[in-house]
Design a protein around this ligand. Structure first.
Ligand SMILES: C[S@@+](CC[C@H](N)C(=O)[O-])C[C@H]1O[C@@H](n2cnc3c(N)ncnc32)[C@H](O)[C@@H]1O
Length: 268
């Protein structure tokens, strides 16, 4: 389904992306950012699951530029659509979003913009660079936020009423033992009614643990879906796509969303 992004969100997205591009280039040329995009992509495609992947994706200026100006807007657009899989009434009750492994802040900002009420974000990541970018992102979308440098699962937050959890493309970067602890945490949160959004790449081999997570969370009210988001890509993304040989004409993700939207949410 081709969806039009709300005009005010689209304006914020364009301004956010322009500011990120201005921060990274110069000194980087378009070709250097394109190489960064390819390098990050091949880390995900060629790697065997390993902890420390996150650190490797931020180890050069080109890769950091790719994360901030290419993957972040894609993740924002995908998460914005995925958020509609959470019931409207649950989104209306969200007051604080814990963005675990927030990276550049895209997933949390998108979920915040999909909530009708005033929402604050708590971004957690172990990368200081990512947290600085996340603060730019939160400001660009007019969302109040705090960021915390911590590792999951040790630094998992205490939840209170009105709290939601988003985890965009991060659980695949954890060691198996950490991911098991994280699943216990999110299952308990889900059981207590906290809204939840988990996103991972569609490629099954990146997240072979997905069926275990779905088997635990779907009985607690989560929807398990493959999202193919048809959106108008910003020109910068389209240019990088064409130049790098990647094709995000229809970006996608596997999504666990709770509590799942139902027929009453149709048209959202
Ligand atoms: C692929 S990025 C995704 C970032 C962001 N959620 C998004 O949607 O664009 C994964 C992020 O998870 C972070 N990360 C990986 N393992 C982590 C851990 N154990 N604790 C906290 N953050 C972690 C990395 O530093 C990185 O910023």
């Amino acid at each position: 389904m081709h969806r039009t992004v709300d005009e005010s969100i689209r304006r914020e997205l364009d301004a956010w992306l322009s500011a990120a591009v201005a921060r990274v280039s110069p000194p980087l040329t378009f070709a250097e950012v394109r190489k960064g995009v390819q390098a990050v992509s091949s880390l995900y495609v060629e790697r065997r699951p390993s902890a420390g992947l996150g650190a490797r994706t931020t180890e050069s200026e080109g890769k950091r530029a790719a994360l901030a100006t290419y993957y972040a807007p894609l993740h924002f657009l995908i998460t914005l659509q995925a958020a509609a899989a959470i019931s409207k009434s649950a989104r209306a009750g969200i007051r604080r979003i814990h963005d675990l492994g927030c990276g550049t802040g895209a997933a949390g900002a998108a979920l915040a913009r999909a909530c009708p009420g005033p929402v604050a974000i708590e971004g957690i990541d172990r990368s200081g660079w990512a947290l600085r970018e996340a603060r730019h992102t939160h400001a660009a979308f007019g969302v109040r936020s705090r960021t915390r440098r911590a590792a999951v699962p040790e630094g998992l937050p205490r939840l209170r009423a009105g709290d939601a959890i988003v985890m965009g493309w991060m659980a695949n970067e954890l060691e198996q033992e950490a991911r098991v602890r994280l699943l216990d945490f999110v299952a308990e949160a889900c059981g207590e009614g906290h809204p939840l959004l988990v996103l991972e790449p569609l490629a099954r081999r990146v997240a072979p643990w997905w069926p275990t997570w779905a088997a635990r969370l779907v009985p607690l009210g989560a929807a398990d879906l493959d999202l193919h988001a048809e959106v108008d890509l910003p020109e910068w993304i389209a240019r990088l796509d064409a130049a790098s040989g990647l094709d995000h004409a229809i970006p996608g993700a596997r999504v666990l969303a709770a509590p799942a939207a139902d027929a009453n949410d149709a048209g959202d």
